[in-house]
Ligand binder design. Structure first.
Ligand code: NDP
Length: 263
């Protein structure tokens, strides 16, 4: 099966680490032109160097941008416009989860979490929607989580916000049809930057990262008995965002190693 991504123009927010970086890598491998952004300039330049080393002929734009800062997204929009003149695929991936129970989530935490989950979608969609409308194969992929349907008490704010994003995806799929397809992926646990950060905080002295994630997978009873890899999530993102998924909109694809229990 051909994905049909050759020469297409894609923007991956949070493309400097983990799933976003793996997605940019696969897109470049498919011959797409790729823009990535992240907040940290050093991570951005390391990601650019990594991608250029793997794809010497890459048509790549790497810009610092906090997707919660609307002015920064306006600037990113101008940069993408000047660089490629259009956009076929918007992958809203930037973000991270928040570990907190209801008791430990302050009002400010709630606001920050809701802002992150909603405005990491809303800001880019608002700004890039006109550009996407000019494409004949426009698509948006929201990187979301299984928590949307299967909330966890220890991630109460993230779970609630994730459910809201699923609702947003469904509404947008109808409002933007037939011009822009809008889908999401529902992730279980994928070994990425945010898990490396949790490892650094929580691991026992001397425990390796590999041993720690293996133990976490057992503790969480993931049927496929391991964490996912960033490229396994990226492959699902590429499919949903590609012309190969041309009749799919308002849908969600679960990438969780079988972790969901709802029907
Ligand atoms: P990483 O920490 O490896 O990557 C997160 C990326 O997002 C980085 O490039 C980071 O760069 C960027 N980012 C974070 N906040 C912003 C912001 N405000 N503006 C622009 N860029 C930002 O984690 P993952 O690859 O795991 O995360 C990718 C997405 O997948 C996230 O939305 C996450 O919540 C979601 N997800 C991941 C799961 C997992 O198990 N890994 C499970 C469920 C969902 P920088 O910090 O420099 O800005």
């Amino acid at each position: 099966m051909q994905l049909g991504l050759q020469d297409k123009i894609a923007l991956v927010t949070g493309g400097t680490s983990g799933i976003g970086l793996a997605t940019a890598d696969l897109l470049l491998g498919e011959g797409a032109r790729v823009a990535i952004c992240g907040r940290d300039a050093e991570r951005l330049s390391a990601a650019r160097a990594h991608l250029q080393a793997r794809h010497p002929k890459a048509v790549l734009l790497a810009e610092t941008c906090d997707v919660l800062d609307r002015d920064a997204v306006v600037r990113l929009h101008a940069q993408v416009q000047g660089w490629a003149g259009g956009l076929d695929l918007l992958i809203n991936n930037a973000g991270q989860g928040r570990v907190s129970t209801f008791a430990s989530t302050s009002d400010a935490d709630w606001r920050a979490e809701l802002e992150l989950k909603f405005f990491s979608q809303i800001n880019t969609i608002n700004l890039f929607q006109p550009m996407l409308r000019m494409s004949s194969c426009a698509a948006i992929v929201a990187v979301n989580s299984l928590l949307a349907y299967q909330p966890e008490t220890y991630m109460v704010a993230t779970s609630a916000a994730r459910a809201g994003v699923q609702s947003l995806v469904k509404s947008l799929a109808r409002e933007f049809a037939p011009h822009i397809r809008v889908n999401s992926i529902l992730l279980g646990i994928v070994a990425s930057g945010q898990w490396e950060r949790r490892f650094a905080k929580e691991a026992a002295p001397g425990q390796s990262y590999a041993a720690w994630i293996e133990a976490e997978a057992v503790k969480r009873a993931i049927p496929l008995q391991r964490f996912g890899l960033p490229e396994e999530a990226a492959r699902a993102i590429l499919f949903l965002g590609s012309p190969a998924a041309s009749f799919i909109t308002g849908a969600s694809l679960e990438v969780s190693g079988g972790a969901s229990r709802h029907i």
